[in-house]
Write a protein that binds this ligand. Structure first.
Ligand code: SF4
Ligand code: SF4
Length: 101
């Protein structure tokens, strides 16, 4: 199982989610975060923290986001752990407004 970060995270990377994860399963590249499905304990704490609703449980993925289950597994294995909040990427607030409208 595990929770999954989708492309709604891309370009904003607020990292609110990272601060609540009890098992440090978030990973990071220059664009977005990914959840390591091997470490995620399905606590659900991260999903409501995300201001752009980018995180979904793998068993309740929107139909057009299912590919992100495999992408999270792949990219989490290739990228470093992030366990502290970072400054959002430039343009993050504008992207969040666009996703909310
Ligand atoms: S809080 Fe949401 S937008 Fe921010 S890094 Fe986490 S998943 Fe991405
Ligand atoms: S569901 Fe819990 S364990 Fe899994 S990534 Fe989110 S905060 Fe971490």
């Amino acid at each position: 199982m595990a929770y999954v970060v989708t492309d709604s995270c891309r370009g904003c990377r607020y990292t609110e989610c990272v601060t609540v994860c009890p098992v440090e399963c978030f990973h990071l590249d220059a664009q977005m975060t990914y959840i390591d499905p091997e470490n995620c304990i399905d606590c659900g704490g991260c999903a409501p923290m995300c201001p752009v609703s980018a995180i979904h449980p793998s068993w309740q993925m929107p139909a057009d986001k299912i590919e992100w289950v495999a992408i999270n597994r792949l990219r989490a294995a290739e990228t470093p752990v992030v366990n502290a909040k970072l400054p959002p990427l430039p343009g993050a607030d504008e992207q969040a407004k666009g996703l909310a409208s």
